[in-house]
Structures are given as structure tokens and as C-alpha cells.
Design a protein around this ligand. Structure first.
Ligand code: PEP
Length: 243
């Protein structure tokens, strides 16, 4: 089981980040979980140095290798400080204007620097006619268009319906089960056998009250957790629920 812990723009200080990291490491140790922490980029190097058995992800990268891109970080820089994953296409980046085309370029940039991309896809809203399935297909197609079968084994797909991120509760496990089947079929048609073993995660308002149910009935390989991952007591509840 994979647990991606997206700290977003939290916590406030490096000292607090270390406390959160220590607590997360202790909780992970007691469970059979692959934990991937995604701290803000300013903490990336320090967190990577103390990661223990955890993996570390950047929250985003630029499409280019270097250049005049104030405020951004490149895949090679992320990799050079000890991170091994990167979130790409997170809804909060797409809301700032990140396009499907840029997502595809970032996936290529990440793989070239030996970072495993965690590709986030999700529709803004649902409709009765199933048009949202087309949105997901287009996002996946754009993200994966330049990925070879050999490189595909490094990818993680996180389905995160935008309407369930930062909400009061997650999507239903039944809806997720359907989405898992849809994404799996897509991955199989594109990558064959490799597509069958690529991890599919769910993200959107998961906490200690919903994690177990989503894991068991959503047919997912893991979870991408936002708010509950950087709140110490909610993080403990989350791990307790995953016993
Ligand atoms: C996220 O940041 O991807 C996320 C799922 O956030 P939250 O768990 O807070 O909804």
C-alpha cells in the first residue's frame, strides 16, 4: 500500500516539519506501508536528509532543465537533494494554469532525472452523462503521451476529483471502484501488462474515518492525503485506521 502525504504549504517552520517527519516515520514503521512525504520545496533537502525509510516527493517541478524561471525548481535539482518522486498535475497547480500539455512535459522531465512521477488527474465536477470520463481520458492521454512501456513502470496515478479535494468528505468508494476500473482499462490499453501493475491511488478529503473503507472498497493501491497528513493528531488517526 502506498500513502502519499502532501503537506501542501505546511507546516510553518522547519522545526515543525522535523517533528511531523519524526511522527510520520514512527507511524510508518509499524505498518506495511510505502510512505511518500511531499513537503514544501523549501524544506525538501532537509526532509530528504532525514527521511529514513520514507520516500520524498517534490510538490511540482518546471518543464525545463534550467533557465530564467524565478520561483520554480527543476527536476534535476529535486533529484540532487535526495527526493525520488514528484507530484505532477496536482489540482492546485492546474488551478493556477498548469495545462495538460505542461503535465506531459513535466512527466518527461521527471523521468529524465530519475524521479518517479505521481500523476494527478481529476474532473472539476460530475455530470449525469459521464462526460467526466472523457476529461480523465484526455488528462491521462496528455500526461502519458511521451512515456515508453519501459519507463511506465515508474509511474503512479492519483485520481483526485477536484470537487472532493479540501471538501468535507471523500467520494463514495463505489464511485472510486468504477473509476479504478476505467483508469486500469486505459493503462492496460496503453502499456499492456505494465499498465496492470501501475499503482492507482485515490485522493480527496481522506482522514482516519474514511481511509480504511476507501482502501478496501475503492480497489485502490493507496491514498494521497492532503490536510490530514500535516495535522499531527489527524495523521495519527489516519495511521491507526490503517492498522
Ligand atoms: C490533496 O492535496 O491532494 C488532497 C487530497 O487534499 P485533501 O486530503 O486535504 O482533500
Amino acid at each position: 500500500m502506498i500513502l502519499v502525504l502532501n503537506w501542501k504549504m505546511n507546516p510553518k517552520t522547519l522545526k515543525e516539519a522535523f517533528s511531523l517527519l519524526d511522527a510520520t516515520k514512527k507511524s510508518i514503521l509499524r505498518k506495511k506501508i510505502t510512505g511518500i512525504v511531499a513537503p514544501p520545496s523549501v524544506f525538501l533537502a532537509d526532509i530528504a536528509r532525514k527521511k529514513g525509510t520514507l520516500h520524498v516527493a517534490a510538490q511540482s517541478i518546471h518543464t525545463e532543465e534550467s533557465g530564467s524561471h524565478t520561483g520554480d525548481v527543476a527536476a534535476a535539482q529535486v533529484s540532487s537533494v535526495g527526493a525520488d518522486h514528484v507530484l505532477i498535475g496536482h489540482a492546485e497547480r492546474r488551478a493556477l494554469g498548469e495545462t495538460n500539455e505542461e503535465v506531459g512535459k513535466k512527466v518527461v522531465a521527471a523521468l529524465a532525472s530519475h524521479l518517479a512521477p505521481i500523476i494527478c488527474v481529476g474532473e472539476n465536477a460530475r455530470d449525469g452523462q459521464g462526460h467526466y470520463l472523457e476529461t480523465i481520458r484526455i488528462q491521462l492521454e496528455a500526461a502519458l503521451c511521451d512515456v515508453s512501456k519501459t519507463k511506465a513502470k515508474h509511474l503512479v496515478i492519483a485520481y483526485e476529483p477536484v470537487w472532493a479535494i479540501g471538501a468535507a468528505k471523500p467520494m463514495s468508494t463505489h464511485e472510486m471502484h468504477e473509476m479504478t476500473i476505467y483508469i486500469r482499462k486505459f493503462l492496460f490499453s496503453k502499456f499492456g501488462k505494465t499498465g496492470m501493475s501501475m499503482p492507482i491511488l485515490y485522493g480527496g478529503s481522506i482522514d482516519g474515518t474514511s481511509a480504511r473503507d476507501m482502501m478496501h472498497h475503492g480497489e485502490v493501491d493507496g491514498l494521497l492525503v492532503g490536510r490530514a497528513s500535516s495535522d499531527m493528531s489527524k495523521m495519527h488517526e489516519l495511521f491507526d485506521a490503517l492498522k
